[in-house]
Design a protein around this ligand. Sequence first.
Ligand code: NAI
Ligand code: MG
Length: 501
Amino acid sequence: MAISAPQKKTAGRRGRSAPGLIFGDLWQYDPAPETADPKLKPRYDLFIDGEFVAPRGGKYFDTINPANEQKLAKIALAGAADVDAAYRAAHRAYEKVWSRTSGRERAKYLFRIARLLQDRAREFAVAETMDGGKPIKESRDFDVPMCAAHFFYHAGWADKLEYVAAGRRVAPLGVVGQVIPWNFPLLMLAWKIAPALAMGNCVVLKPAETTSITALKFAEILQDAGLPPGVVNFVTGAGATGAAVMAHPLAAKVAFTGSTEVGKIIMRSLAGSGKKMTMELGGKAANIVFDDAPLDQAVEGIVNGIFFNQGHVCCAGSRLLVHEPVADAVLAKLKNRIKVLRVGDPLDKNTDLGAINSKDQLEKIRELVDSGVKEGAELYQPPCRLPEKGFYFRPTLFSDVTMSHRIAREEIFGPVLSILTFRTVDEAVEKANNTAFGLSAGVWTDKGSRILKMSTELKAGVIWANTFNKFDPASPFGGYKESGFGREGGRQGLLDYAKLT
Ligand code: NAI
Ligand code: MG
């Protein structure tokens, strides 16, 4: 909305505002960029057997900052021979050192890793934001502290493993291969590495190709912690490197987080191999708001559920199911709320939505949003200005959505909320479960009995009540149906890295 002419003139006379000012600008804060040095190197090699080594093929690829499309560093491209060297190092470390290291000793390393990460928290948060595009307030207040929390939590378990499975003994599996995505690079690394090491396994991990930097900085922490060489190895590259990590014969178990499509390819290729597997794949979570819910709180939860990290969240509350009597009120409140979300420079401490992780992901979001408009849903986007360089997408609401629309069925993985309505509890459950996925769900209501009923009937691995996107290392996370299988976090997560004897 343009401000009225007299105001514009006054502002212009005082020389304080540019022509074409839009209403939202009146609410903008001054820029508050984070200035900590991310200590980036121009080139990152592979981390194998405790050392940084050049890839055998001599090839590197660029990683960019999606907020401004500038190159940040070059990253080693690992081929099959490098992946093999990483596995051999991990296997040696497992046989000679780690499987003979007591739980009490392993705990000390995990504690040390967590403490060293805390010491360098701001530096890691800035690096995470620059490589991936997420707002600094998230990487600073969520990703890095949660990463440390996972190492602390699992350090506590390492010498108490006899309590993981009552009446049974647990043993490590050996070497595990892990591939992670770009939405929470450090946190996904922690979810994978901390339970594996606590249980006594060794690791070969591949970060996503757009966000490898913090894994390689994390390798410096492993060196500083004195972790024995080969216990954790990082190989970098894209899909082919990931496939080599998943297929290696020395992998006793593989763990994957990423798209359902790639998860299915991996499952097919490993069928019959005897490898243990865990898969954390896509989602299309329903956030369900009943008419007795505290609506203002619910609106905050809905906004956090879908716009957190630009919607690059597998458990994002990407479908809002709202009870018909309050549907108009909730939509009006949501529109008001997203008008004041600040979209822009991820390094600015006031930014709510940062950059979309890559051009490919931005294209995917645009394509799905176009399909929503074509299929007849009603689109709303606030009139915020986006930076000219970099990959950005406005927070987007779709109302009048039906279950047959692609935006109600497919994972968009962007800041796009599809709103549907319901009349009865049964209809809410029916619609929420009518999806190929089953990772998470949210319920907003004043009634405890309704929360209990919903949480038994919803087919989702995590169900939040009167909140959304809350995490704790002690709480297992994972999906049903095409969202995958296996759990990460808690006692259940440790069991997925163990043999029961
Ligand atoms: P992706 O599944 O291709 O990438 C995830 C990881 O798997 C990356 O490290 C990648 O290098 C690796 N990878 C790719 N092909 C592989 C293969 N054949 N074998 C082993 N590893 C392989 O996901 P992408 O293309 O980055 O994103 C596409 C869509 O997937 C997104 O739009 C989103 O909907 C979904 N996604 C879901 C995630 C989740 O956490 N559930 C995370 C990332 C993406
Ligand atoms: Mg990058």
